[in-house]
Design a protein around this ligand. Structure first.
Ligand code: UTP
Length: 447
């Protein structure tokens, strides 16, 4: 993009101020700024401004009903597992990880997936995800291609981590990295914020940026070429997740669902998780901030919470559904943040109060578009313990304890007793579950 082209495009969008410091920039700075401007799309800028003008939409959730949530047992569980295993054996399942977040609460300097979580080995979060995928691929004799969304800020470091660990044993041709989009920050009157005279403040476009990125990068086309039908979606911060769990895949397929969600019972009525609700024939995720006190505390006839189940963002998508959704615009969510800006004299100002908006898209906003959605309950202690905060709840300490408790349960079920004082860690590619431990016939971790 040339200076003239940039000027024309910005003028059309009412954003000429982005070039205000052009005269004082050197050649390299000018090239970098033009490259950033080239990524801006007038249509997207108009959507940001429109969202700011009318405020983010907070739909009325007062008429929402609890969705039907399956708890699989006995024959229903066996049928689901059989159907899921059939898909895995046919190579129709992919794993899709969103790992483009900034991890600001954890305060770790690097991609969150590189964070050392292994209780005994300090293995990174990516290790546990990749080794589970490897284990399932080997078990079912077909690769589970692994698609990983990064952001501009952590793409190189993520790829380096995979290189350093030799792709954790996965074949390189089955790992596909792609980068999510970035949106500019704006003032409340819709003006793009410069964080330096030569740079626009940009931030990742949220996990909902996934759809556009899947399409742009060719990942969706790659899935189609490989004959993928079901796409298992998960987040980087939860090493307990049962990736490509046959029961979940199978339930999704048997239900003819386009978008399936694993749900777990809330730990308390006000837990900060999204709650799927039913509005007529359509399902929508209601954020905890949209719930009234009455809704949070409402009980059903048996005395349990009426809106019992929350979403830990473990999904299965029909690949064709993702394809269809990838071309549609998604709603934007606003976050009011402290964003560095440039004063008229070119000096950088670090605000002490929030001064501008970041824009994000959320993947669950496509839930209402699913012709058929399915919901499956699972036990939180077995599959969900995210690393969100540096300390306290949902921190590395709680996660390591939960990982070890799960491995101890697996071992106990195989008849292996482990001294309480020993640190326990199991490589998922060595033993994914109790059946693997029994098959190995070895007493792990004990002298
Ligand atoms: P979170 O909402 O926990 O955000 O992301 P975060 O950026 O990781 O952490 P904080 O809020 O700054 O502390 C949930 C999942 O969505 C991914 C994250 O990598 C994580 O797997 N994500 C989030 C993206 O891939 N892109 C984004 O723009 C935001």
């Amino acid at each position: 993009m040339t200076y003239e082209e940039a000027k024309k495009m910005l003028a059309k969008c009412g954003q000429e101020h982005v070039l205000a410091f052009w005269k004082q920039l050197d050649k390299k700075q000018r090239a970098a700024l033009l490259a950033q401007i080239a990524t801006l799309e007038p249509k997207s800028l108009a959507q940001c401004e429109a969202t700011l003008r009318r405020g983010a939409e907070v739909p009325d959730s007062s008429k929402g009903k609890a969705p039907k949530v399956a708890v699989l047992k006995g024959k229903a569980l066996k049928d689901a597992v059989d159907a899921g295993e059939k898909e895995l054996r046919a190579g129709r399942v992919a794993a899709l990880l969103v790992a483009g977040g900034q991890g600001s609460r954890l305060g770790y300097d690097g991609p969150k997936g590189c964070y050392a979580i292994g209780p005994a080995t300090d293995a990174p979060l990516f290790y546990f995800h990749a080794r589970k995928i490897l284990a399932r691929s080997l078990r079912y004799g077909k690769p589970i291609p692994f698609y990983i969304m990064t952001s501009e800020a952590n793409d190189a470091a993520t790829k380096k981590c995979f290189e350093d660990f030799n792709y954790f044993g996965l074949a390189k041709e089955n790992v596909f990295f792609f980068t999510q989009g970035m949106w500019p920050g704006m003032t409340k009157d819709g003006k793009i914020i410069l964080e330096r005279p030569d740079r626009i403040f940009m931030s990742p476009d949220g996990h909902g940026g996934l759809l556009a990125a899947l399409k742009r990068s060719g990942a969706l086309a790659d899935m189609k070429k490989r004959g993928i039908k079901s796409v298992f979606f998960f987040q980087v911060d939860n090493p307990l997740v049962e990736i490509a769990d046959p029961a979940f895949i199978g339930y999704h397929v048997l239900q003819g669902s386009e978008y399936s969600l694993k749900l777990c019972a809330k730990r308390d009525p006000y837990e900060k998780v999204g709650i799927p609700m039913k509005f007529g024939d359509v399902h929508r995720m209601v954020e905890y901030t949209e719930m009234t006190k009455e809704q949070c505390e409402r009980l059903d006839k048996s005395g349990k919470l009426y809106f019992l189940y929350g979403s830990p963002a473990i999904h299965v998508f029909d690949r064709a559904f993702l394809d269809k959704e990838a071309s549609k615009a998604m709603p934007l969510h606003l976050a009011f943040k402290k964003i560095p800006t440039v004063a008229p004299d070119g000096k950088v100002v670090k605000p002490s109060e929030p001064n501008g908006y970041k824009f994000e898209k959320f993947i669950f906003d496509i839930l209402p578009n699913a012709k058929k959605a399915a919901f499956l309950a699972f036990d939180q202690k077995d599959e969900f313990s995210p690393v969100k905060n540096a300390e306290g709840a949902d921190s590395p300490a709680t996660c390591r304890a939960d990982m070890q408790a799960k491995w101890r349960r697996m071992l106990a079920a195989a008849g292996v007793a482990i001294d309480e004082k020993l640190v326990v860690e199991i490589d998922p590619a060595y033993a994914l579950d109790t059946a693997d431990i029994l098959a190995r016939g070895i007493c792990l971790g004990a002298e």
